[in-house]
Design a protein around this ligand. Sequence first.
Ligand code: DAK
Length: 256
Amino acid sequence: MNFQHIDFRQEDKTALVTISRAKQLNALNSDTISELLTAIKHAGSDDQIRGVLLTGAGDKAFAAGADIKEFLNKTTSQAVTLSRNGHELMRTIAELGKPVVALINGFALGGGLELALACHIRIASSQAKLGLPEVSLGLIPGYGGTQRLTQLVGKGKALEMMLTGEMIDAQDALKWGLVNHVVPPSDLREFAQSLLEKMYSRSPRAIAQVIAVVNAGFDQDANGMEAEIQSFSNCFGSADFQEGVSAFLEKRKPDF
Ligand code: DAK
C-alpha cells in the first residue's frame, strides 16, 4: 500500500505501520491520521494479517502529538472533520479483532500518547518519554486520553499527568502500568514480534473475542459479564475450539 506520511509493510503475518514524519517528530497531521485509519482498516480486513505493530520513524519519537502547526489554519468545520477522523482511528484500533502493539520508540506526547493508549499493548524503549501536555496549550486530551489513561494507571496518577502536563520516563510508565514492558531501543521490534508470535500460535477467533469482551467491560452501554457469557458459549461451536481440544487430546500443537 502506498502512503505519503506513513509506511505500511507486511512481513508474514504482521503489519508494520510506521508514522514517517521523523523531522516533525511524527506529529499527527490530518492526512497522517487518515492514512493510519486506512492502514489499520486494511490490516483488520486482510485474513493473512494476524497482528499489527505501530511505531514512529527515527529514534526520537513515536509521535509528539497532534500537529500543532496545523491547528492554526483550521476552520471550525475542518476541526470537526479532524476530530471525527481521529476518534474513528482510535476506536478502530481499540476494537480491531487482532492485537495492535505500540512500539514507543521515543516521545509519545498528547495525541501521540493517546494513539498508543488506543493500542492493546504498549512496549516502550528505555529512552521513551510519555506525557499529556495539552493543558500547556489550553487544551485537554481529545482522543480518549482522559479515559484510557485513567483506566490504565488509575485516577490519581492520571490526574497528576494531565494536570501537570509533565512527561514521565519509561521506568515510571512501567511502574504505573502505562506500558507493558520496557526494553533497550535496539530490542524493541524483536521483543514485540516475539510477543505477537505467541499470540499467532493461539486461536485468532478466541483472541478477537477476548479483545471484544474486555472492551465491553469499559463500555457503559455494554455489560462485560454478559458479553463474556455469550462469547464463551459461542466458542463451543467454533472450528478453533474443535482444533484446540483435538490438538490437546492428540498431544500435538494446534494449527490455527
Ligand atoms: N506538532 C508540530 N510540530 C512538532 C510537534 C508537534 N506536536 N512536536 C515537534 N514538532 C516539530 C518542531 O516544531 C520542530 O520542527 P522545526 O522547528 O525543526 O521545523 C521539530 O519537530 C523538532 O522538534 P524540537 O526542535 O522541538 O525538538 P526537541 O528535541 O527540542 O523537543 C519535544 C522535543 C517533543 C519536547 C518538543 O518538540 C515538544 O514539546 N513538542 C510539542 C509537544 C506537544 O505539545 N504536543 C502536542 C500536544 S497537544 C483533537 C484531539 C486531540 C488533539 C488535538 C485535537 N481533536 C479531538 C480535534 C491532541 C492534541 C495534542 O496532541
